[in-house]
Design a protein around this ligand. Structure first.
Ligand SMILES: [Zn+2]
Length: 92
């Protein structure tokens, strides 16, 4: 299994202990634990094939959460001519 942005997911991802019904394709197979994903849309399980085929794009679910405050600070440093309020409200 190979993901572009995640090396060795079979070792480091959060897998369900037993085969489960994938929320998206409804197949019973080895799945990632959906409760470990972030966002407002909740699901129980997603199989690697559904994850690779971008089933999460239509969901408010994602695998990581960036440091938004650090990003805003970096944007402010890069674009000092922009007001702090503009950066905080809109990004750049
Ligand atoms: Zn699936």
């Amino acid at each position: 299994m190979q993901f572009k942005y995640f090396q060795q997911p079979e070792r480091f991802a959060q897998w369900l202990a037993a085969p489960a019904k994938c929320t998206f394709c409804e197949a019973e197979k080895t799945c990632l634990d959906g409760t470990a994903f972030l966002g407002t849309d909740r699901f129980n399980a997603i199989c690697p094939e559904c994850l690779l085929s971008a089933k999460l794009l239509a969901q408010d679910s994602y695998t990581c959460e960036g440091d938004i405050e650090a990003l805003k600070h970096q944007l402010q440093l890069r674009k000092p001519e922009k007001s702090t309020k503009a950066v905080r409200q809109q990004g750049l």
